[in-house]
Design a protein around this ligand. Structure first.
Ligand code: SF4
Length: 272
């Protein structure tokens, strides 16, 4: 849930999920569409499908307990190197090299003397991170957490608080005279994108209690006789985007292809 999503947006959804599905088996016991519905407005809803698939794999292959080694975690649906290392380290106290955006930024500035890490994770960065990791399990876990927090709270992307930084006397970037970044990080476009339209379509499906006929996506909700309540609310939000029919088509086709929607009785619904 936290991948590319701020903690404040994740917390309420996370609490709801844990209340509703306290174990992997509880989540795996419900249709995947319920996971997408409960994903709310967190974005990138494929993550909900993968979380559901991971819960199913954990239930089936690991007797319902989240595995505790990096290779087993990495083999779960939707789990990449970062998540596998983070769970093994923070949940199970194992010595694993955790490298997230915050840690990369701290390493870039503190050790390499550059304002920003490379646009994409490099093998050299992984080697550097591994070389810095303390040798014993407990210290390695504290190190991972400490560097991550330093990046999240002090060595922030836009305005690092160097005066308050506990390692400012060791910082290579400061020592080099704070050189500017060598590239401008790309902001993630959202308005008018296919992602935005897909998100609006999924919001309609989440609200719908029965399959949604294709027509509903292409016409003004008021023309279809919908009051601005219930499913009329996300339909109106979708319509306000003024998407071209081809873009709407693309969104619907993409959601079907990704398993985030399915056809039933001639309409679209979340996967059963
Ligand atoms: S001194 Fe500033 S740039 Fe260097 S690690 Fe600390 S916060 Fe980051």
């Amino acid at each position: 849930m936290l991948q590319q999503t701020p903690v404040v947006r994740v917390l309420p959804v996370w609490h709801e999920w844990l209340k509703r599905w306290p174990t992997p088996a509880a989540l795996a016991g419900e249709p995947a569409g319920e996971a997408v519905r409960a994903w709310g407005r967190l974005g990138y809803p494929r993550r909900a499908l993968r979380l559901h698939a991971a819960a199913a794999a954990i239930t089936q292959d690991h007797s319902g307990k989240v595995p505790d080694t990096y290779p087993e975690l990495l083999a779960l649906p939707g789990v990449g190197g970062y998540t596998a290392a983070a769970v093994a380290s923070f949940a199970y106290g194992r010595r694993e090299t955790v490298v997230d955006t915050n840690i990369r930024r701290v390493h870039a500035r503190l050790i390499s003397g550059t304002a920003l890490p490379a646009p994409a994770l490099t093998a050299a960065e992984m080697r550097l991170a591994a070389s810095l990791l303390p040798a014993d399990d407990a210290s390695s876990v504290r190190w991972n957490a400490a560097v991550m927090e330093l990046g999240a709270l002090v060595c922030t992307a836009r305005a690092p608080k160097c005066a308050a930084c506990p390692v400012n006397d060791l910082c290579a970037w400061r020592a080099a005279g704070e050189p500017p970044p060598s590239y401008v990080p790309k902001g993630q476009a959202w308005h008018g994108t296919d992602r935005q339209v897909r998100g609006a379509v999924v919001a309609v499906l989440r609200q719908a209690e029965t399959p949604v006929p294709p027509d509903m996506f292409f016409h003004e909700p008021a023309d279809l006789g919908f009051a601005p309540t219930g499913i009329g609310v996300p339909l109106a939000a979708l319509h306000r985007l003024n998407s071209a029919p081809e873009q709407l088509e693309r969104a619907l086709t993409g959601l079907l292809a990704d398993g985030l929607a399915e056809m039933h009785d001639g309409g679209y619904r979340l996967p059963a």
